[in-house]
Design a protein around this ligand. Structure first.
Ligand SMILES: [Mg+2]
Length: 342
């Protein structure tokens, strides 16, 4: 896809032009063009560097810092949720105290999460302290589910969307006026404008993979992946496979590329940055610290966008695996912290 076939969409970075998606032959051609080999919506947005530029040069070792000390240097902090603030669907116990300290110091805090299992309002309701106090307003939560919904509604113009995920994950699509059908309700002749891979729960994997593979083989409609994570921590040092694993399997089977709108892709960071910039005139990407527990999503995506990055060893990436993983992936954060609580 050439540069002249794209336009700058606020909050999304470079987007392919569409408008032919309702015409079946053109739709299929265009969808294949969009999904295959173009890297989805990955592209250039203000402050964003290229993917290669995001990789560190050999010798650029991260600085080991305490988060308490490091957070002093940044007016705006983006937190990943799982493995940083959240473990096994609950806020880690010291989080309320941490947030009180950061807010008292005037820090602007956002959660930038690949959680597409429910709308930002519902995510915010789950983030509470021991006394039931809600810790974030929904406007502070940048979720891949919300961005996926906007892409489906505004860019693809989808009216009827098939989805993988629990019922709550489709709420946003319904609120946006789309008809959303879970995989279990599809029949052989169901027609969709688009598919959305939202969350790993709410469906039987084997059946779903086979249904989606056969559907897309016959009708290559736009398919949006709202969470590219391969796994997430479930507590006690364990992990569970995430919807990105399903997406990768399907892309492999079909030899295609879906539209990705979760970290490490630019849409998340662009949206969060634009929101933070409203309260900080002249904010530069380097003024923002992205804190995450996963090199391939939080750190790679943050670096690509030009943010400063801190990897915490409290979740997906355990401290004994940090060195070999950084070497193997060629992804180095600016800073290493044991957790956000030290
Ligand atoms: Mg995480």
């Amino acid at each position: 896809m050439g540069a002249d076939n794209r336009y700058m969409a606020p909050g999304f970075g470079w987007m392919p032009k569409n408008g032919h998606l309702r015409d079946p032959p053109a739709k299929h051609r265009q969808v294949q063009d969009r999904q295959r080999g173009t890297g989805g919506f990955r592209g250039t947005v203000r402050g964003m560097k290229t993917r290669e530029a995001g990789k560190s040069q050999p010798g650029q070792r991260p600085q080991h810092r305490s988060f308490e000390d490091l957070s002093d240097d940044f007016p705006v902090i983006f937190f990943d949720a799982y493995g940083v603030l959240v473990e096994a669907a609950s806020m880690m116990t010291p989080v309320p105290e941490l947030l009180d300290r950061l807010r008292a110091a005037g820090k602007d805090i956002y959660v930038v999460t690949n959680d597409a299992s429910r709308p930002p309002e519902a995510i915010a309701r789950r983030y509470r302290d021991g006394e039931g106090r809600q810790l974030f307003g929904p406007e502070r939560i940048i979720s891949s589910g919300a961005i996926a919904t906007e892409i489906l509604a505004e860019e693809i113009g989808a009216k009827k969307v098939g989805f993988l995920g629990p019922p709550a994950s489709a709420e946003m699509m319904v609120q946006a006026g789309m008809e959303a059908l879970p995989v279990s309700e599809w029949s052989a002749d169901t027609e969709f404008d688009a598919l959305a891979l939202l969350d790993d729960e709410g469906f039987e994997w084997r059946e779903a993979i086979n249904r989606v593979a056969n559907l897309l083989r016959e009708h290559p409609i736009p398919t949006v992946v709202a969470n590219g994570d391969l796994a997430y921590p479930v507590g006690g040092g364990g992990i569970a496979a995430a919807i990105g694993t399903v997406a990768n399997a399907l892309e492999g089977i079909l030899d295609t590329r879906f539209i990705r709108c979760a970290k490490p892709d630019a849409a998340m960071f662009s949206r969060a940055f634009l929101r933070a910039e409203r309260d900080h005139r002249g904010l530069q990407p380097g003024d923002v610290l992205m804190v995450g527990d996963t090199l391939q999503t939080d750190i790679q995506g943050g670096r690509d966008f030009g943010l400063k990055t801190a990897l915490v060893c409290s979740g997906h990436t355990q401290s004994e695996r940090v060195e070999p993983l950084m070497e193997a992936l060629g992804i180095y954060p600016d800073f290493l912290c044991d957790s956000v609580f030290t």
